[in-house]
Structure formats: structure tokens, C-alpha cells
Design a protein around this ligand. Structure first.
Ligand code: GCW
Length: 694
């Protein structure tokens, strides 16, 4: 029984109908105001029902729903039982008197409740359960597509995309395959995502026009995603007033420029009334920005925010601002410092509808980085944390690398130590009566979680079939950041394989956990040691090249010489980056003794013989982890082999993953040999175990 009306409620009704067509049963959908369905087990027709989705305002509600609602209010306690206690996207789920009840204030909550029931499977219809309240930790859970409309001569259709072409664009035009877009919306809603950006943050000539004369293309996508509660955002160029409007300047304080943004934005909302807002990469890697006009990023972001404010839109303004033309000889400039140096001092100057979108680490999505100090530096600003679901630096969807454990560490990090809030709190929504200056959170709540999408037109959506788990985990962690990554993997396995598996589902589950739970640390072990990053082939970033970026303008160095390796970012003798953290981390990272092993070379330059907390030396750690990492990949390969012909996974999928594991093993050996040979040659220190290093 579905009670309520509106497009999202219709989606719930259609989803239930779809499930009934497959598994049996039927759905009745009645609009509010109906009478006669107050009997516990029957609606108007007197037919019994097992599952009811109801909007709290869609009364009169069946008696069983009212019982659950009353019980929920009683448990919430006095003072919190106001009309909209469940919240915008939240839902209450309970099982009472043989009926599973999903109750929500808003239709979006019903939709999330529906997918929760799907996740629970049969458990949802088992024993009675008291009302459980679910609502998202993050207000906005957004995927940014780095898709180009035109094929980019270097980057292709999807920049850093490893899953084929764009699902939205092909060769300069919309693909027109709106069914696929609709299916994508469904997939995203099922993991809790509620916003996407449809084009790359690098906005080139063709893509710029999505804002104006090609807005219809964006509206078509929005139309397909709307039934799944997903709002569309657009990456726009800061120079749009010049590029599209023919104005002589894009100065954010210029009246004509402001008028242009206001008028343009008004037209966007005429076409797409629920448009989410803009995403802007400014003064970064060649993209235009406010610096050209002697303005700062608060001036820039506020100009766009003012244009969006009347319509409830937001601007996601990226903090990824650094000098990509630095002189590698200059050891005082530190790319890790850049975002904080540009943004922290602007705290308090941004409009309420500006979200500062900061990459989770200070450099650029390396396999191991500390959490960006910007997250804790702007208590009066909404900050969103950006993760990279696409595996640019973590195996490019050719390697198994389940990223949820990394993201979970980031989200659970406490910038002020044990007593303070986590990154998830800072980026998250503020519940009633919480927040404010005292706990380091912006009074209106945080900006949410953003992920760079790993999806393309590949038949498995993500190139590597197991990379789907990262997409799923992104959405689940954005909804509930404290969820155990292994539990999320379990859910994904259940939803993805168990319904089609003919073999032994428990064996499959064990095998996938054994392959994936630690795969991020495995990837780290055969690639980047102890927090050093960027030892990748320049340009495409796949495979090892230890000095590939060492003498370039990109600010990504490891400073290895015959005596030692690492970047001195201390206040005492280095770039002073450690001073961007509040205590205790400013002290922990500064101290050679206290700095965690896995970040040692991010913060310190040390001799090869430096002894780690683990008891090993830096050089021996490098050798050991690289040998062990390759062995571990060989094990993954054998584990996967055990599933061949068991019916646990479809044969074509099995074959695809087998090929990819072969490539992962080849590439891991390449990494091991280059890294080990490089450091042996630099240091002259032999492996204590006498293993062969080329
Ligand atoms: O990680 C780097 C990528 C660029 C990307 C940039 C960014 C979209 O190599 O391809 O550009 O970050 O985040 O803006």
C-alpha cells in the first residue's frame, strides 16, 4: 500500500509494482484524503497488505501506521515531536502486527525508505521491530562527472574516466540514451546520492554553452533524474560573462557582470525549476578566476551565490587552487599549503549558499594523504569534502581497490583530537540544537560529501565490475558515515550478486571480502610508500615513474637523494605546513617521533635508515611492502580463480575480472621492481633478505 501523492511517491509505487511483477503480490496506491483504509490489515478494498509506504501528512492513515507514528513520537520524547520530526529525506521503518511500515514527512524519505527495504530483503518482513529513524548525515550527497561534451583531445570524453564514454554526452552532443540516464538515477537513489554535476569542472568552449543556449540538454537529463530525487548541477566557467555574454570583463564586483549572472541564472531556473546550482573551479590549472581582476575567492563565489540565492541554489566553489607553474628548484613553495593559504583567511566572508568544496587531502587524491587542514579551518563556512570515486591514482579501475576504508578514515578523523567533532560532523547536516561556533561547525551545517564519479557507458557501469562497490560505498558513507566499510561491502555483494548467484552465496561473500576488504592497503603497499605520492607516469597517471614529476612545475615532489627521502613540511625546518593543523595534529605531524608511519614521508625528510614505529627502517619497509604487495595481488588472482565455473558470478563478468587481475598483477610487479630498484640504486642499501631487486 502506497499512501501519498506527487512524482516521487509515484516512483515508489512504480518500484513496488516492478518488484511485485518479479516476485508476486500487488500494489495499491491511494492518494491522501481517502477514507475506508483505517483497518489494520486492509485498505479500502479490504485486502490485506504486508508493506505500507506512507507520507505522514497523507491522512487518514491506516491504523497500523498511526500506531507506529505514535510509538516513534513517544520514543523521540517531548519537545521533539513536532510536525516534521522525520526530516526532509528521513524515514521511519518499523514492523508491527505483521505489517512493515515506512513513514516519511517528504516523498524523498519514502524513496530512501523503499531502497532500505530492498537492502533488508526478507529481514524487513521478519520479526516485529520498533520504529527506527534513518536520515542522512550529509545534506548534499553529490557526484561530479568529469565528462566533456566534446571529445577532449587529451582527456577523451570523460577526464580520468575508466569506464568507457560518458553516459550523457557523445562527440559534442547529448547521447540521447535517456533510458540509461534514468537507470543511472535509479542506481544513485538506491545508494543515497541526491545530486550530480553533468559536466567537467574544466569548462571548455562547447561545455560553456550548457549554461545558456544548450541548457535544454541539461534539462533533458534533469527530467530523467527528477523521479529519483536527484538534482542536477552544472560546472560553469568563471569567465562566462565574457565567453558567453560578450562583456569586456568577468570582474565579480562589476555591475554588468552581476546583472549578467542574475539574468542567466533566472533563465536556468525558468527551464529547470529544481536546478541545484553551480560548481566552479577557478584560478586552478588554467581555469579563469577572480585573481585576474584583483579580487579574491570570496568576491568570486559570492557573485555567483547572489545570482543563485533567489532560487535556493548553491555554488560549490572548489578550494583546489594552487600554482601549477611553480619552479621545482624553489623548496619553499609547498602545494600542500595552497588551499589553506588561499581560503582559511576568507572564513566568514562567504554567503550562506556558498559551499567550499575541498579535496579530502591537501594534494590530490593520492593513495595516502593526511586530511586537508581546510576542513577544520573555516568554522563560519559550509565546507564539503570531495572524494575521488574514479580511481585516477588508485589503479584506474583496472586494479581492485575498495576505497571505503580510506574514506571512512577521512570521515572519522578528528581535527581537534579525541574530544572534537569528526570530518563527517563538519561536512554534515546540523541537527536541531547542535552546531555553532563551539564545536567548529558552520552554524547552518556543512556542505556535504562530493565524489568524482567513476561511471561511464561500460556495460558494468564502472569498467571494473568490482569498482561498483566504490560507487555504492560513496553514497552509503555520505548517508551514514559511521557505517563499517565491510558492512557496506556486504550490502553491495547482497544486492549485486546474491540475487543472481546459483552457487554458494556464503562462499562468494567470503571470497569477495578476502579480495576487497584490504585492497586499498594492498594498493598502497605496492605503490606509494609512507605517504609519498605522485610517483606515477605523468599525464595519464597509470603505472610507476618515480621521478616522473620530480623536476616539473606541478609541485609534487619526493626529494629522494642518496641519503634519504620525503618532504620536510615541519615548522622547524620545512615548509611550515604542519602549522595549518590545530593541536594535537600540528604537534603530532611536526614530531618525527609521533608522526604516524604511514604519513612519515608526507611530513618529514628522513634518512633511509630511519627506524619506523613498526621497527623496520624506511628502506627495508619499502622493499618489504613492495614484495608483499605483489604476493597479495597474486593471492587475489587465485581467490578469484576459485569462483570460476561455480555459478556464483556470471561467466562474462568472471572473465572480465580475470583479465583485469592479470593486468593488476603485471602492473604491481612493475611498481615493485621500479620502486625497489630506484631506492636500491639511490641508497645503496641492500635488502636484508637478499631478494632479487633488478
Ligand atoms: O586530479 C586532478 C586531475 C585533473 C582534474 C583536477 C581537478 C578535472 O588530474 O584531471 O581536472 O585534478 O580536480 O580539478
Amino acid at each position: 500500500l502506497v499512501r501519498g501523492d506527487g512524482p516521487l511517491v509515484d516512483t515508489v509505487g512504480e518500484e513496488v509494482a516492478r518488484a511485485c511483477a518479479r516476485y508476486g503480490g500487488g500494489v495499491r496506491h491511494s492518494a491522501p484524503g481517502g477514507t475506508g483504509d483505517r483497518d489494520t490489515h486492509g485498505d479500502r478494498t479490504g485486502e490485506p497488505f504486508d508493506l505500507v509506504f506512507a507520507l505522514s501528512a497523507a491522512g487518514p492513515l491506516p491504523a497500523v501506521v498511526e500506531t507506529v507514528q505514535a510509538e516513534f513520537r513517544r520514543r523521540r520524547g517531548p519537545g521533539e515531536s513536532g510536525g516534521r520530526a522525520i526530516g526532509d529525506e528521513g524515514f521511519v521503518i518499523a514492523r508491527h502486527d505483521g505489517v512493515t511500515v515506512v513513514l516519511a514527512d517528504e516523498a524523498a524519505g519514502l524513496l530512501h525508505g523503499l531502497f532500505h527495504v530492498v537492502r533488508l530483503g526478507e529481514t524487513a518482513f521478519g520479526a516485529a521491530r520498533p520504529p527506527e529513524h534513518h536520515r542522512p548525515a550529509m545534506p548534499r550527497r553529490m557526484l561530479d562527472h568529469w565528462d566533456h561534451v566534446d571529445v577532449h583531445p587529451v582527456m577523451g570524453q570523460v577526464e580520468r574516466g575508466y569506464a568507457g564514454g560518458s553516459i550523457f554526452w557523445r562527440d559534442g552532443a547529448p547521447r540521447g540514451d535517456l533510458g540509461r540516464v534514468r537507470a543511472y538515477g535509479r542506481l544513485l537513489a538506491a545508494c543515497g546520492v541526491n545530486a550530480i554535476t553533468v559536466n567537467n569542472v574544466n569548462v571548455h568552449a562547447t561545455e560553456a554553452h550548457l549554461l545558456t543556449d544548450r541548457l535544454g540538454d541539461v534539462a533533458a537529463i534533469a527530467g530523467e533524474l527528477r523521479p529519483y530525487g536527484i538534482r542536477v548541477h552544472l560546472s560553469v566557467g568563471f569567465a562566462s560573462p565574457v565567453v558567453l555574454g560578450g562583456l569586456p570583463t568577468a570582474d565579480p564586483l562589476d555591475e554588468d557582470v552581476r546583472t549578467w549572472w542574475a539574468g542567466t541564472t533566472e533563465r536556468v531556473y525558468e527551464t529547470i525549476p529544481d536546478f541545484g546550482g553551480y560548481v566552479v573551479k577557478a584560478d586552478s590549472e588554467g581555469q579563469p578566476g577572480p585573481f585576474a581582476y584583483g579580487r579574491d575567492h570570496a568576491d568570486g563565489a559570492n557573485a555567483l551565490a547572489d545570482a543563485l540565492a533567489p532560487f535556493g541554489g548553491v555554488v560549490h566553489w572548489r578550494a583546489f587552487v594552487y600554482d601549477h607553474r611553480q619552479d621545482w628548484r624553489d623548496r619553499s613553495t609547498d602545494r600542500a599549503r595552497a588551499a589553506y593559504d588561499h581560503f582559511a583567511r576568507l572564513d566568514g566572508r562567504f554567503r550562506d549558499n556558498v559551499v567550499i568544496q575541498v579535496k579530502h587531502g591537501p594534494i590530490d587524491f593520492q593513495v595516502r594523504e593526511p586530511v586537508s587542514p581546510v576542513v577544520a579551518a573555516m568554522p563560519a563556512t559550509r565546507v564539503a569534502v570531495e572524494l575521488q570515486v574514479t580511481q585516477e591514482y588508485t589503479g584506474q579501475q583496472r586494479h581492485v581497490c575498495y576505497l571505503a576504508p580510506m574514506w571512512s578514515e577521512v570521515l572519522g578523523f578528528r581535527p581537534w583530537g579525541h574530544a572534537g567533532p569528526t570530518v563527517a560532523h563538519l561536512a554534515g547536516a546540523v541537527a536541531d540544537g547542535e552546531g555553532g561556533e563551539h564545536d567548529g561547525r558552520a552554524p547552518g551545517g556543512g556542505g556535504g560529501l562530493v565524489g568524482v564519479s567513476n561511471v561511464g557507458d561500460d556495460a558494468y557501469w564502472t569498467g571494473h565490475p568490482l569498482a561498483q562497490a566504490n560507487l555504492y560505498a560513496f553514497g552509503r558513507l555520505a548517508w551514514a558515515p559511521w557505517t563499517d566499510p565491510a558492512e557496506i561491502l556486504d550490502e553491495w555483494i547482497d544486492l549485486t550478486f546474491v540475487p543472481v548467484a546459483t552457487g554458494d552465496p556464503e562462499g562468494l561473500r567470503r571470497t569477495l571480502h578476502a579480495m576487497m576488504d584490504d585492497s586499498w592497503r594492498t594498493y598502497e603497499s605496492y605503490t606509494a610508500p609512507l605517504g609519498v605520492g605522485f610517483m606515477v607516469r605523468p599525464g595519464h597517471h597509470y603505472g610507476p615513474d618515480v621521478d616522473g614529476y620530480e623536476y616539473t612545475p606541478w609541485g609534487t615532489y619526493h626529494f629522494a637523494d642518496r641519503d634519504g627521502v620525503g618532504v620536510d613540511r615541519t615548522r622547524a625546518t620545512g615548509t611550515g605546513f604542519t602549522g595549518q593543523y590545530p593541536p594535537p595534529w600540528s604537534e603530532v605531524y611536526e614530531s618525527l617521533e609521533r608522526c604516524p608511519d604511514e604519513l612519515l614521508l608526507f611530513f618529514h625528510h628522513v634518512p633511509y635508515g630511519h627506524v619506523l614505529h613498526s621497527g623496520s627502517t624506511v628502506i627495508q619497509h619499502i622493499y618489504d611492502t613492495h614484495f608483499a604487495g605483489v604476493e597479495r595481488v597474486a593471492e587475489l588472482r587465485s581467490l578469484w580463480e576459485t569462483l570460476a565455473g561455480t555459478g556464483s558470478v556470471p561467466a562474462a563478468l568472471h572473465a572480465r575480472v580475470t583479465d583485469l587481475l592479470d593486468e593488476q598483477l603485471r602492473c604491481a610487479r612493475e611498481w615493485r621492481d621500479q620502486i625497489n630498484a630506484y631506492f636500491l640504486r639511490k641508497s645503496g642499501v641492500p635488502d636484508v633478505h637478499g631478494r632479487r631487486i633488478p
